[in-house]
Design a protein around this ligand. Structure first.
Ligand code: SF4
Length: 361
């Protein structure tokens, strides 16, 4: 599929809640400019759960914070757009952004204790959110808060509303955080490693809960994690990030059955349950580089088992992995795989119009 046809298809999709296009977020220090998010593009539709996966340092959390308008100095968005329901959020004032944050887009973080205020009861925190975002007070707010706690699977909800966060177990606390987020009545929920601190059983319960809430509330979910196992459980579509860039994107079954980018393959080969019992687990040697210079080459090349000379000279952009699909893209010079390697390299060279672009403070 041509780039124009792909763009036209994206534009025509009315279910899209969030459209992130060529997003660039950089951090400026005296020594260097770190391109933490460097040209990221993806969509999230209503009723869809979209995973963003990668090792730490890949830029997934900065992508989430950019969408929430929560990038702190010395960082800022330096390019691209974040369209929410057709409105570009980039360039909005803090006050304008705040109207979306909480009301339309809510976020669940990894550590529930840092999201809940220890000196207020869980009920007060849910009711405050209901007051701010849905205008509910008094009995109406209490009734809605009980319903929300029941919705997220907290038994004996009426009594538990009066308890403080420290009286909840880790899993129950994360459920309470999700209830506070839902009290905003969001259409988009951004979950940043929400199950990482939980044990496996509780993790499975929270993932199941999020899946149910997605369907019941018809919301879009952006799910950030480093864990491919979690991605398989919760997402409909997966975007793989590496050193600030999106390097592969596909529906979840397709990505797991037919991974294309060497980095994605490495991530999948390091999942214990996908490997034969007793077989040695493979790992990706080396670390994610800090993206502190323009991408004029493949940032994965130093760790890539398939690297060849052009990988040091040409920056790969996302292309369809072959002619038969418009739903599976990879940013690797080996693709599209149904043309010769030279033709593929030329295609990437011709599509890369931002190579060497400078970002300025
Ligand atoms: S472009 Fe080259 S180095 Fe980068 S992932 Fe593809 S083969 Fe490996």
């Amino acid at each position: 599929m041509s780039q124009q046809a792909y763009d036209a298809g994206r534009d025509a999709d009315e279910d899209v809640l969030l459209r992130v296009d060529d997003l660039q977020t950089a951090f400026f220090t005296d020594k260097e400019t770190i391109r933490a998010v460097d040209g990221v593009t993806f969509d999230i539709r209503r009723g869809e759960s979209v995973g963003v996966v990668g090792e730490s340092g890949s830029g997934k959390s900065v992508t989430a914070r950019s969408i929430m308008g929560l990038v702190e100095s010395p960082g800022r968005i330096v390019g691209g757009s974040i369209e929410y329901k057709g409105e570009d959020l980039v360039g909005k004032s803090d006050d304008e952004w705040r109207q979306y944050r909480g009301g339309e887009i809510a976020m669940v973080f990894q550590d529930p204790l840092s999201s809940l205020n220890p000196v207020y009861t869980v009920g007060n925190q849910i009711k405050e959110s209901l007051r701010l975002h849905q205008g509910l007070r008094g009995r109406d707010a209490t009734r809605a808060a009980v319903e929300l706690l029941e919705d997220v699977g907290i038994p004996d909800a009426k009594r538990r509303l009066k308890e403080y966060p420290h009286q909840f177990s880790g899993g129950m606390r994360q459920r309470a955080v999700i209830a506070v987020a839902l009290a905003c009545d969001p259409d988009l929920l951004i979950c940043d490693e929400p199950t990482t601190a939980l044990d496996v059983t509780i993790q499975a319960q929270i993932l199941e809960l999020l899946e149910e809430l997605k369907v019941e509330h018809d919301i879009g979910i952006m799910f950030i994690t480093h864990d491919m196992g979690v991605i398989a459980e919760i997402t409909d579509r997966v975007n793989v990030m590496y050193a600030g860039e999106m390097i592969e994107s596909a529906p979840v079954e397709e990505l797991f059955e037919n991974p294309k980018h060497p980095y994605t393959r490495g991530l999948l080969e390091s999942i214990p349950s996908r490997n034969e019992r007793g077989a040695e687990l493979s790992t990706i040697e080396g670390d994610v580089p800090t993206p502190n210079e323009p991408a004029t080459y493949c940032r994965f090349a130093p760790r890539c088992p398939k690297a060849f000379d052009d990988c040091e000279q040409v920056h790969p952009v996302q292309v369809d992995v072959d002619e038969s699909t418009d739903d599976h893209q990879a940013a690797c010079l080996l693709y599209p795989e149904d043309v010769s390697q030279n033709e593929a390299v030329e295609l990437h060279r011709s599509r890369e119009d931002r190579t060497g672009s400078e970002v300025s403070e």
